[in-house]
Every structure is written in structure tokens, then in C-alpha cells.
Design a binder for this molecule. Sequence first.
Ligand code: KG4
Ligand code: ZN
Length: 388
Amino acid sequence: MRILSIETSCDETGVSVIEASGDLESSTFRILANSISSQIDIHRQYGGVYPNMAKREHGKNLLATLTDALSTAFGDAVHRTDPKSLSSNTILKIKDILEREDELLKHTLDELPKINKPNIDAMAVTSGPGLEPALWVGINFAKALSAIWGLPILPINHMEGHIFSSYISGKEFTISNVKFPLLALLISGGHTELVLSEKGFLYKKIGQTRDDAVGEAFDKVARMLGLSYPGGPEISRLASNGHSAEKFKLPRPMLNTNDFDFSFSGLKTAVLYMVKDKKITERDRADIAKEFEQAVSDVLVKKTLLATARHQAKTLVLGGGVAANTRIRAAITKSFSDNMPDVEIRLPEIKSTTDNAAMIAVAGYIQYLKNGFSKNLNAIKAKGNLSL
Ligand code: KG4
Ligand code: ZN
């Protein structure tokens, strides 16, 4: 089965095409295209992502990202040699679906006549969680394409995508012999959660942040240290020059609570008091960055070990933008090999930690295997707070 997927939950516009076969016991995937158009340079100027700005950028970028993905996957076969006009009926349908997406509507009407229906069987689109206006652009675009090409749509949970991103390896990979229970530590700009799947990729959230997400804490602390958005990679870079300094000791919030929840807002505030109205040298900044990263890592590792032991998980998956952090990756790997060497650890490739559409397509195929296609396209809606 070939699936075309669309991801617009935050600040990356992604379109991917994959070929998938097999069943829930063992499935094989081939990535034919995985195109991304990043808005980071735009959001960097404003120090963060504003939902309506993200929505507008997705609207501008979606069509070009789609054509890029289709050309990569199918070469010239996607381009019509004789661009012919869309029928008036099709134009009406597209106008109806894209009525609130001005920019996208214009591009779609201009460019779709130049594209042949691609050789795909279904579409997958992120329906949440994420920024609602941004999610809607992707969903409406998927609906418009579905109306024209007559294809079913699979609405996908973005966090499930992050779980499967840890299985993406090169262009061809399999998901087989997965040892359950599987525990996923999902750490991104919007989420920090521990999710358990006892079997069959059915999920239960067993812990989450009570305030800021870990990526959000990285971004806010980065701003306090005068670093640009997104803060995670910047803090990491600065921390690599840092030393452990007693005078910059930070708390490890909820380290010893007997649950799987997290809290990062106190840690962020502790950094604020450390730097506010003080003369901070370049070396101090590096030491603070290092201690902050260490504090976050200590809490994540301890809670993940606790949850793994309590639920006797056999597989641990790491996912989300913060999973790119080398210190956290190394700490997870070391603590598991020291304490629970039998647990299979799956770290995503660094490039798969960022939001991308390939992970949504993989989750789409697994969802198809679990539940088949949704019957009612009207029921597909953006859900900013969608939970696993
Ligand atoms: O998953 P993602 O791309 O978007 C969301 O779904 O939120 O995650 C983005 C977050 C940002 O907060 C960014 O600062 C953080 O991931 N991040 C990192 C690193 N790279 C990205 N945090 C810590 N260390 C990194 N190397
Ligand atoms: Zn994400």
C-alpha cells in the first residue's frame, strides 16, 4: 500500500510518500519521499511559534512541498504533459473545503491542473495534538486532495508518529518482533509524557508534565541566556563548554516522587533567579546551560527507569524534538545498560527527531492495520489537545 502523508502540527510543513506491506506482527516500509519545508527562520525572528503565522506559512508551502515529494517519489510521472483545467465541479469542491485557506486555495487552483493523480492508495494527515490553526491547513488540504483523487484519509496522532520515528532507519526498514510492553518517553516542545503500550500499539499515558514541556523549558531558558529559538540545540552547544559548578546547582523537580509525572517550570524559574539582575560571564552561562541540561536529564532518566521497572517494559522508545539531545540520549543509553540491560532501547536517528511526515505515514499504515480507514471524512477535525 502506498500512503501519502501530510504534517503541519507546528513549524515544519511535511509531505511524505511511503510504501508499506505486512501485518501488525511484521511490517516493511520504504520511504519514497520525505519532503520538509521548515519555518524555523521565520519563527526565530519572533522568538517562538505563533499559531496564525505558522498557519499562513503552511498555506504558502504545502503545494510546493507536495509537488517536491511527488516528483521525488514518482519522477516525471506526476507532471501532466497537457495541463488541463479542473472541472467546474472539482473547483467548487476545492473552494468549499479550502474556503478559509486563501493562500492555499489560490496555489491549489493554479497548480493542481498540472499534476497527474499519483499512484497512491491512501492519505494520512496529522489531526493533533498541535497548533489548531496549523493542523487545520493540513487537514483541509488532505480533504481537498481526497475529493479530487478519491482517496481515503487516515487521521493520525502526532505523538504516535514520534513513537514510530524511532523505527525509521534509512529508506527501508521493518517493524517486527516488537517486544511489549513498550514504553515511550516522548519529549518535545509541546509534550513530555511516558506512554505505555501493553500490546498491539494500543496506548495508555502513565505520566506527563504538570506544567511546561521539556522542550518549552529549553526554549525559555535559552531566551534567559540570550540564545535564539529553538533553544534546545543552542543550550546543548553552550553546555558542551560548561563545567559543573556548585554555585549554579539547580533543583531536580519531582525526582523522588513515586509517580511518572514531571515538572519543569520550577527549574526554569530557578534559572531565572540565577541570571536576573546579575553579572553573568560567558563561562557562567555555559556552566548554567550544562547544569540545566544535567538536571533535565537526571529527572527524565530516573522517571523512565522507574516506569520501565514498574511496568516491566521490554522496549523503550525515545521520541520528539528533544530526543535529538546528545546528553539525554547518552544518559538513557548508559543508565539502561547499567541497570536494565535486557530492555531494547530505540533512539530515533537525529534527523527523524524533528517533525516530519514520514513518521505520520508509518503511523498511518499501523493505524490502517489496526482499524482500517475512517468512513466519515467530515469527522476528521483538528484537535489541539488530542491525547494518546
Ligand atoms: O517535536 P518537535 O520538533 O516539535 C514539537 O512537536 O513540539 O520539538 C521541538 C522542541 C523545541 O522545544 C526544541 O528546542 C527542542 O525540541 N529541541 C531540543 C534539541 N533539539 C530540538 N532540545 C534539547 N536538545 C536538543 N538538541
Ligand atoms: Zn513533534
